[in-house]
Structures are given as C-alpha cells and as structure tokens.
Design a protein around this ligand. Structure first.
Ligand code: CIZ
Length: 276
C-alpha cells in the first residue's frame, strides 16, 4: 500500500473500528483506491464481497425486461452484475465484462438469450460465441465507453507509432474491430506484462490508467478519450468515505438498504450461478 495521507489514515482507522472492509473499483479515484483493502473489477470485488455486499445500478427496467421475457418465453436472461436486485431477480445468471463470453457459452448454441443491459457488450459476446441469431439485446449502453470513436483512436495511434490498443468490450463495434486486444479492466491490467509494446492506448474509463501506470511505471498509457470519465464512479471521495464511517455512521445505519426477501433470494441465485 502506498504511503497514506492524513485523510486516508483516518479512513483506515474508522474502517478498522467499524470492522468494515473497503472495496474500490478500478475506475475510482486514485486516493480512494490507495486507501482501500481491495481494488478490482466488479467480478473480483464480487468474489471478495461474496458474503458481505453487492453493488447495484439501474440500467434497465423490470417492466421492460418482463415484457421482453413475455415476447420470448423460451429465452433465458443473462444480466450484467451492475444491475439492481429487482433486475437480478428476473435474471437466470449474472455476468461481468470479464466472464460474459464464458457465461453465455454455458448455454447450448440454439438457446435464446436475452442479454441486458449493455448492447455493445452483448454484441461483442454474440460475435465471439457465434450467437448473433439467438441473442436478444436490451438497448442500453455505458455512455463512457459508447463515446469512443475509431477515427479519433486511429489518429492517436498514428501520433504514437507502435502503440497497442486495449479496448473494453462495452465500446462500439467500430472500436473493437481496430483493437489489438478486447478485454475487461482486470484483463487490461495483466496484458502489458506479456507484451513488448512500450505505449498503450486505453479505451476504458480513465481511472484505470492510474493502476496501469502504478503497475508498469516504465510504459506509456494514453487514454483513447481524455474525457472518458464516469461521473458516478467519481462520486466516491475520500472525504465522503471518512464521513460515512465517522460522523455520519449513525445516519448510515438508519438508512440501511433492505431488499424484500423474495427478490433477495432470486437475485442471489443469479449472482451465485455466476460466481459458481
Ligand atoms: O466488470 C466491471 O467491473 C466493469 C464495470 C468493467 C470492467 O471491465 O472491470
């Protein structure tokens, strides 16, 4: 762990006093990642947190998903783990960008699959697994990854001869088609170790560049788009973490998030089927 500043030390002290484990996503602020117990992508964090916590995000509606299921009664549902408990309860198995291909491959090739919510990730998985005819995509997307454009990236590569493009599978097809490697953030963190390249263009949220530069200080990492910043991930600040475990702890306990039991049980099944 790098040397901690006062606020980071205070957060560590409060976490120890509250018996709290701090998990930080690869996209979060460097100073938050440095103070965390574990950093990783959502699959890695899910595994660590298996019995403690899960993250949720609203990218798809329950009513919409039920309608799609009614239109395709023979289909199973594969949902990104970054969805609400309500959506997971409508889901057969969850996936992340790191394991989406393997999760879909668990099903027979002729099995219809409703994939929610990211159409770019779904398109990538369908192409990788030869299931373009049998996968039905929810038309959602991540605005950070959907903003990358092949023409802009080609210009960066022209300015940096010999550079390698690592692209996240939530990017558009035009970007994936020119990438040297398509992989999740955990894959991007490993990839340079096996490559002779000295310069990498990185098509994902810029938070990952912090960890890449830490791990490979002698290599050069260039964002595919400097404004590829997720405002939601950046909502977590050290100050808020310290306040949550410090002065605001009683409020936090009062605002505990509860999930109705019938939703919890079904949602947990979808997550457990993923983690296996
Ligand atoms: O799976 C995750 O955690 C996300 C959102 C992206 C990635 O590739 O790590």
């Amino acid at each position: 762990m790098p040397e901690l500043n006062d606020l980071q030390r205070e957060l560590r002290r409060l976490a120890a006093a509250r018996d709290v484990v701090i998990l930080a996503h690869n996209y979060q602020r460097p100073e938050v990642q440095d103070a965390a117990d574990h950093t990783g992508d959502s699959l890695e964090l899910s595994r660590i947190a298996q019995n403690d916590t899960h993250s949720v995000a609203d990218m798809v509606t329950v009513a919409g998903l039920r309608k799609l299921k009614a239109e395709h009664p023979e289909a199973v549902v594969v949902a990104y783990v970054n969805t609400s408990a309500d959506i997971k309860a409508e889901t057969d198995v969850c996936c992340t960008s790191a394991n989406a291909v393997q999760i879909v491959e668990r099903f027979p090739k002729d099995q219809k699959i409703i994939f929610v919510p990211d159409r770019n990730l779904g398109d990538y998985v369908a192409r990788q697994t030869g299931r373009e005819e049998t996968m039905i995509m929810w038309q959602g997307w991540c605005h950070v990854h959907d903003d990358f454009r092949a023409a802009e990236i080609e210009q960066i590569r022209a300015d940096n001869p010999g550079s390698v493009l690592m692209a996240h599978p939530e990017s558009r097809r035009e970007v994936l088609d020119i990438a040297d490697v398509v992989t999740s953030t955990s894959g991007m963190l490993c990839y340079p170790a096996g490559s002779d390249a000295t310069t990498f263009v990185v098509a994902t949220e810029t938070g990952l560049l912090y960890r890449l530069r830490q791990r490979y200080p002698e290599r050069k990492f260039i964002p595919a788009l400097s404004r590829a910043i997720c405002p939601n991930m950046k909502l977590t600040t050290l100050e808020k973490c310290v306040a949550t475990l410090g002065d605001e702890w009683d409020d936090v306990l009062e605002h505990e998030v509860t999930v109705p039991e019938h939703i919890r049980v079904k949602a947990l099944q979808a997550v457990e089927r993923m983690i296996g």
